[in-house]
Write a protein that binds this ligand. Structure first.
Ligand SMILES: [Zn+2]
Ligand SMILES: [Zn+2]
Length: 147
């Protein structure tokens, strides 16, 4: 069974060429709270080649003043943000994991920007968390459960 997801209105569907749900992390930064309109974002970092999108995608870029400019893929009809590319990780996409059909099964493996998290939220002590963005090496190790 492929891993599938889509936008809120259903005009966009996507498939991930993977066998199991991807490893995810939660980002509690201010940008992710603003973008999601919620407490945090749940993301999965994947090679873009694994993501097959059907339907009309709208793209926008965030460049000005950014250390790592990013391009965002959203449903053209309903503006659900599905994924973005980031200059820091060429060839990869950051998937908004809440758009997966099986999002109810996700358990973030890592929490980042924990210092900016909403105060009511208690993070599980057994899950690695970082105050800000960890170094790529630290992040990779934490995502693989090697912390
Ligand atoms: Zn839509
Ligand atoms: Zn964030």
């Amino acid at each position: 069974m492929p891993i599938t997801g889509g936008c809120r209105c259903g005009a966009i569907r996507y498939e991930l060429a993977v066998e199991e749900l991807p490893v995810t992390y939660a980002c509690h930064c201010n940008d992710c709270q603003t973008w999601s309109g919620s407490a945090f974002a749940i993301n999965a970092l994947l090679p873009e080649a694994l993501l097959q999108i059907t339907g009309e995608v709208g793209e926008f870029s965030i460049d000005a003043g950014e250390r790592f400019p990013s391009q965002h893929l959203a449903g053209a009809a309903c503006s659900t943000r599905l994924a973005n590319r980031n200059a820091a990780v060429p060839g990869m996409v950051v998937l908004r994991a809440g758009t997966l059909d099986r999002s109810d099964e996700l358990v973030p493996a890592v929490h980042i920007w924990a210092k900016r998290k909403q105060r009511w939220l208690a993070l599980p002590k057994s899950t690695p968390s970082f105050d800000e963005t960890p170094s790529p090496t630290e992040f990779a190790a934490a995502l693989q459960g090697k912390v």
